[in-house]
Design a protein around this ligand. Structure first.
Ligand code: ME8
Length: 689
């Protein structure tokens, strides 16, 4: 098996990491941990993209020297990745000398091939994307991604002859049919290339925060040229054979390289990057995996849009492993998915607590302790029956399938396969009724049954390790097994049945996944600043039978009045009509009188909705924004025309109920923005008191 090298995008440190960037990093970590467990030499890289105008401006806004700013901003990334238990081998920053020096080598190689030339450039530039757009790319004159005003730029520039690489790229794609995943995205890339490529501007002269172009220091390299090279420079490449051992070992043709990226940056990776490498006479990476976006109310969660969820409070409230599990399980890798607290809680209580936690508890806590003095009983072949054969076959099938899914970078499907085994083992316990065997003193059959269940748990404990490393270790510990230590060449995947040694001393411990009861759910959500009112909580937590009577909820929001930020509080009601792109969502209408939402930039990019407390601490918690002036206004509501009649929201069990007022701090911006104004509830006539 070739050595495996997986990378995350290197993130812009203009702001702190959020659950979207955490998603890419966790996915890369899961894949690397899996490959290590299979005994494959594996390496994971993450890091920061520290050059370019975006970073220079962010530093300027804070009044900091740019290097000092990036030195400061790297910390929250390192902390977040540590908190989320990601085990990367290297963390590269593009301001490091090791990177700068190797990028210049790459540049020189391309120059030597005659593929970079000096010219002049004029086009539209989005600093948020750090990319040029032509007139036809723009959306109503704005950047199509950030929906922000865009700058016209004209300057002397070096160009990369991308136009020359169209056919070469298409031939490379043809030869490497799995180069881009998912396949649908690969088709988009191919059509884009077939339409014809323009030469690419790869240097800038209007600012200096970048890597100087060799022999022409008036220019700094285009930030994407600099950034893409990180995957190679972190290994010490490009370099002659024998000069950079990691590069020799992990870069193709000796190694396999998988770049995990979000779909927003696929073109850079699938077109520019291989073109640079083909020009330089270097092999392109093996595969680019473009996953979808984590959304909030159907809108991409991002730093620029200011609607992002920081990972730390979620990890603190639900636990790191539960958060990792949720992200990998709830969202099909490659597709977009909405972050929904209600779904997270449902999966914690269902699949984790009732499914796996309960399976462990059912046999280990009492039967193994009482009937076998806490030791794993030996299986008894003469006491086997067809149920046992079915469970064993199912366990092997699930393990094989989970591995196949992970080999194909489908973490969600791998978890589905693992939970098929959890379900099969729980069914087996239901059918074999070990507690009845205890009563009837059928010792041999009991031994056999208990062994089957514990062995299934052993297999599950290995398979969940890449996803939930601490919970896997805790499960193994309860089974009396040591923590898994990956070893090159040693495949530890549960490919065979019967690995659990009889007589192993088990150590039953606390519940693996404590279930959250209603009060705990409420407390957890309140800690995250969500839902202080009973109806709101009911909607989030899945009680569709609650009929609202008075005003549905008290809704607080940071709004704007005559240029000032104000915190308003108003009764709100649940309406049927979804605002935004997610059908089935519950949306709140609040009667906020003449207080406007204002532009998000006015409040540092965030609209804050608080269910209790004041705006300032809320803003502090999410780490951005500034309250210009805070004032509290209560708006009284008098029922009018319809006699105070109210409709309840059309929610049904299993639906996502996190939109509307129940969304976390700052997250509702999308819903409000898409309406443009704050809707008034028809049953309410607000009066300012
Ligand atoms: O683009 N859902 O950095 P960046 C899922 N520096 N993933 C998300 C996400 C979301 N809502 N938001 C961000 C850059 N991501 C460049 C990369 S690489 C040579 C240079 C993830 O800080 C996703 O992987 O804007 C996306 O591609 C990446 O963060 C963008 O991070």
């Amino acid at each position: 098996m070739k050595p495996f090298y997986v990378t995350t995008p290197i993130y812009y440190p203009n702001d702190k990491p959020h659950i979207g960037t955490a998603y890419s990093t966790i996915a890369a970590d899961v894949l690397t941990r899996y490959q290590r467990l299979r005994g494959r030499p594996s390496r994971m890289l993450t890091g920061l993209d520290e050059h370019g105008l975006k970073i220079a401006r962010a530093a300027e806004a804070q009044g900091l020297d740019t290097q000092a700013f990036t030195d400061k901003m790297q910390l929250p990334f390192r902390e977040a990745w540590e908190l989320l238990d990601t085990r990367y081998d290297d963390f590269i920053r593009t301001t490091e000398p090791r990177h700068k020096q190797r990028v210049q080598v790459l540049w020189d190689r391309i120059i030597a091939r005659g593929d970079i030339y000096l010219g002049e450039y004029e086009d539209w530039y989005c600093v948020g994307c750090e990319t040029f757009y032509t007139e036809k790319d723009l959306l109503e004159g704005k950047c199509p991604i950030h929906l922000q005003p865009i700058e016209r730029i004209k300057e002397s520039s070096y160009f990369f002859r991308l136009s020359k690489f169209g056919d070469k790229l298409l031939a490379f794609y043809e030869k490497n049919p799995d180069f881009v995943k998912p396949a649908g995205r690969f088709n988009e890339v191919k059509s884009f290339v077939r339409e014809g490529l323009r030469d690419l501007s790869v240097s800038r002269t209007s600012f200096t925060w970048g890597i100087p172009v060799p022999n022409d220091p008036r220019h700094v390299m285009y930030v994407w040229f600099d950034a893409l090279a990180n995957y190679m420079t972190a290994l010490g490449g490009p370099a002659e054979p024998g000069k950079a051992p990691l590069f020799d070992q992990f870069w193709p043709p000796s190694g396999e390289v998988v770049h995990i990226v979000g779909k927003d940056i696929l073109r850079f990776h699938a077109i520019f990057w291989p073109a640079f490498l083909l020009s330089a006479g270097l092999p392109p990476p093996t595969q680019i995996w473009a996953h979808g976006w984590l959304t909030v109310n159907g809108q991409k969660m991002s730093k620029s849009l200011g609607n992002f969820l920081p990972p730390a409070p979620l990890a603190e409230v639900f636990g790191v492993d539960v958060l990792r599990y949720y992200l990998m399980r709830d969202i099909a890798f490659g597709q977009d998915g909405d972050f929904a607290h209600a779904n997270l809680i449902a999966r914690l209580n269902g699949e984790l607590a009732n499914g796996l936690g309960n399976l462990l508890n059912r046999v280990l806590a009492s039967i193994v302790q009482k009937s076998f003095a806490g030791r794993v009983p030996a299986s008894v072949p003469s006491a086997r029956n067809a149920e046992d054969d079915t469970l064993e076959a199912e366990a092997l099938r699930c393990a094989k399938q989970a591995a196949e899914h992970l080999n194909h970078v489908a973490p969600q499907r791998a978890l589905e396969s693992i939970w098929e085994l959890v379900a099969a083992a729980n069914r087996y316990v239901d059918r074999t009724e070990p507690w009845a065997l205890v009563k009837r003193n059928e010792t041999e059959r009991l031994q056999q049954v208990v062994y089957q269940v514990l062995e299934s748990l052993r297999m599950i404990g290995v398979m969940i390790a890449p996803f939930m490393p601490s919970k896997a270790a805790a499960l193994r510990d309860q089974l009396g097994l040591p923590a898994l230590v990956p070893n090159a060449g040693d495949d530890q995947w549960p490919n065979t049945w019967g690995g659990l040694a009889p007589n192993t001393q088990t150590r039953p411990g606390p519940a693996l996944f404590p279930r959250l009861d209603k009060d705990q759910e409420r407390a957890a959500l309140a800690k995250l600043g969500i839902g202080a009112q009973p109806l709101l909580q009911a909607l989030q937590l899945g009680q569709p039978d609650l009929e609202p009577t008075g005003p549905d909820v008290q809704h607080r929001q940071l709004g704007e009045r005559q240029g000032q930020a104000v915190l308003v509080e108003a009764p709100a009601r649940v309406v049927e009509e979804p605002v935004g792109q997610q059908p089935g969502h519950v949306v709140l209408e609040a009667a906020l009188g003449d207080v406007g939402v204002g532009e998000p930039e006015r409040h540092g990019g965030v609209l804050v909705e608080v269910a209790g407390g004041h705006a300032a601490p809320a803003l502090e918690r999410i780490g951005r924004g500034r309250v210009l002036q805070e004032r509290r206004r209560d708006l009284a509501v008098t029922p009018s025309g319809d006699g105070g009649q109210r409709r309840s929201a059309p929610v049904s069990a299993g639906q996502d109920r996190t939109a509307g007022g129940s969304a976390p701090l700052g997250a509702r911006m999308g819903a409000w923005r898409s309406t443009g104004t704050i809707p008034r509830a028809p049953g309410c006539r607000p009066t300012v008191v």
